[in-house]
Design a binder for this molecule. Structure first.
Ligand code: ATP
Ligand code: MG
Length: 205
């Protein structure tokens, strides 16, 4: 699961654990980007976003943080990361990229987006405010690659798209940044250790 994680929040984490529980996947990596391609520069340092992500996953052994995009520096293209991961795990293992509906809808603007499906499956999760009827531009893509069942994602290495409805959580990093700027509470939107980190380092003020 890639993202800016500026900062990581319970929307990301709840998505991760619901997916792991529902499908008994063995592991899920959060992969913070170094430089997002379609967003403004993040407001805090890559190392700080990385540290917050590490604090956030410390309670669940199935979750980890992968720093390869931050180590690589430069614009963080998902295709490069997927190519890397594929080379590591070999050609037979299933690889699944988890992304929210908002990210999926922007897929046609991603670098070499048509190649992504050769390296991984896409597991698109619901996100409040982003409805599947906006998908029109991607309807051809969905027709070609839609899985008949989520289990197809475990039976082949890549090449399928599945849409999953999760507990709706209207939490976003932008919302947390806006609250912090106004000096309002961000409690219960993100893990406590991350909240403490933000406060100690005076981030997003
Ligand atoms: P920002 O508001 O700065 O854009 P964000 O909350 O969207 O931040 P990102 O780091 O951009 O967080 O998101 C990483 C991934 O997590 C994306 O695929 C996004 O769709 C997904 N995601 C983020 N928040 C949620 C949520 N509340 N529910 C479901 N998916 C989410
Ligand atoms: Mg976002």
């Amino acid at each position: 699961m890639g993202g800016t994680f500026d900062p990581v929040h319970n929307g990301h984490l709840r998505t991760a654990v619901e997916i792991l529980d529902r499908y008994h996947y063995s592991a899920l990596k959060l992969i913070p980007c170094f430089q997002p391609v379609h967003k403004d520069r993040p407001s805090v340092l890559p190392q700080q976003r990385l540290e917050m992500a590490r604090l956030a996953v410390s309670g669940d052994d199935r979750l980890s943080v992968d720093s390869r995009e931050i180590d690589r520096e430069g614009p963080s293209y998902s295709i490069d990361t997927l190519r890397d991961l594929r080379a590591e795990i070999g050609s037979d293992e299933s690889l699944i990229m988890v992304l929210g509906m908002d990210s999926f809808l922007s897929l046609p603007t991603w670098h070499n987006w048509q190649e992504i499906i050769q390296y991984a499956h896409l597991l698109v999760v619901s996100r409040p405010g982003w409805e599947p009827d906006l998908i029109s531009e991607l309807s051809g893509f969905c027709e070609n690659y839609r899985a008949a069942s989520p289990h197809e994602l475990q039976c082949a290495p890549s090449g399928r798209v599945w849409f999953e409805t999760l507990t709706p959580l209207g939490i976003s990093s932008s919302m947390i940044r806006a609250l912090a700027r106004k000096n309002e509470s961000i409690a219960y939107l993100l893990p406590e250790p991350v909240q403490k980190y933000l406060e100690e380092h005076q981030l997003y003020r």
